[in-house]
Design a protein around this ligand. Structure first.
Ligand SMILES: [Zn+2]
Length: 362
């Protein structure tokens, strides 16, 4: 008899998260506190419950303006070193409390310069916060490690500068690089210089590709830019055909992605909110898991989607019937795909993930 699959038990199981935005994961009360401290007066509500609901509703509304407004508020209150450290420390604590043992959390440093912080000050403040959060989690009996990904915004022209920043901090647990922001009109190849630089530096990067925009974005990210992972990558299903009798045919790009074990950083709840899929039951994660792509499960924006790693697993349990075996598979997939060194990945798999799931499966 294995442990019953429910939210409370899922929270006890070790989980690994590769795609989580720092500015999408604030505690509602922290948004309020930081707004008060900094004199930010644009928030739509002044109590945590209403504000929490507002973030989810606005992100859910199907309106791009409302969706972007949610990030205007979180970014708006994160313009000082203290604010950045606090948000980072709380992210580490919240993830640890949810049973996450390793997470790669990303953000775009260029968004936090409205009050004159330098890029270095921003990175140092966030790294200090993550280390503080790891210490607090350890004191509460939870072991977590946070790796940082630095993002460049696709619509700006600073990707080489940010890639350089990521390489300079690679010995301080900045483990990789990403580009984020609008896909349509901003193909990944606009940032080729940055990707070439990173490859020459033996540095790691993922690319947001194939979230709303289709196959060309995924193809460019992999074949022109050399992305090691795909942020979302959900539109890879456009290169997969399923016959009426259930026979599945992979196109050449989908085959390549599966053959090369290119990790897909899938974020089911986030895709529902942005309208990339209509219902979780229709989410390509079902087909891609069945076809044994290198699928990982992620939160994207915990505040806007009101989700956690555990709630994502619980939703997949309800919709697709996944249990401990699948959760372990997603978790090992994610750990194998992380930008940590090989020996460190193996250690987490063997010392935390496998024992954690064998406890659940007995
Ligand atoms: Zn994302």
């Amino acid at each position: 008899m294995s442990t019953p699959v429910n939210l409370e038990n899922i929270r006890q199981a070790p989980k690994v998260l590769l795609h989580d935005h720092l500015d999408g994961g604030l505690r509602p009360q922290t948004v309020l506190d930081l707004a008060r401290e900094s004199g930010y007066s644009e928030l739509p509500h002044d109590n945590a419950d209403d504000l929490a609901r507002w973030f989810v509703t606005a992100a859910d509304s199907g309106s791009l303006e409302r969706y972007l407004e949610t990030f205007a508020h979180t970014v708006g209150v994160m313009q000082t070193a203290d604010a950045l450290s606090r948000v980072a420390a709380e992210a580490a604590e919240d993830l640890a409390a949810d049973g996450v043992v390793y997470a790669e959390v990303r953000y775009a440093p260029e968004l936090f310069q409205e009050q004159g912080l330098t890029l270095d000050e921003i990175v140092q403040a966030v790294q200090d916060g993550f280390r503080e959060g790891e210490r607090r989690a350890a004191a509460a009996g939870k072991r977590i490690r946070i790796g940082t990904l630095l993002c460049a915004m696709r619509q700006n022209a600073r990707s080489t500068e940010i890639a350089n920043l990521a390489v300079r901090y690679r010995d301080a647990q900045v483990v990789g690089f990403d580009i984020a922001g609008p896909e349509a009109g901003f193909p990944p190849t606009r940032n080729l210089d940055a990707f070439e630089y990173l490859r020459q530096q033996n540095a790691h990067f993922t690319i947001h590709a194939g979230e709303a925009f289709g196959l060309p974005s995924i193809w460019e990210a992999i074949q022109h830019c050399g992305a090691e992972r795909l942020g979302h990558g959900v539109r890879i299903v456009d290169d997969i055909k399923v016959d009426d009798d259930g026979t599945v045919h992979l196109g050449r790009l989908a085959s390549y992605v599966r053959d090369r074990r290119i990790p897909l950083e899938m974020c089911p709840s986030s895709n529902l909110q942005t309208g990339a899929v209509a219902a979780l039951a229709d989410h390509p994660i079902g087909l891609l898991t069945r076809m044994r792509f290198r699928v990982t499960v992620n939160t994207d924006n915990r505040l806007m989607s009101h989700c956690s790693m555990s709630s994502e697993f619980a939703a997949l349990h309800e919709t697709f019937g996944y249990g401990w075996e699948e959760f372990q598979w997603f978790t090992v997939n994610a750990m194998k795909s992380s930008f940590l060194g090989f020996d460190e990945r193996l250690a987490i798999i063997n010392e935390q993930i496998k024992p954690g799931y064998s406890d659940m499966l007995v």
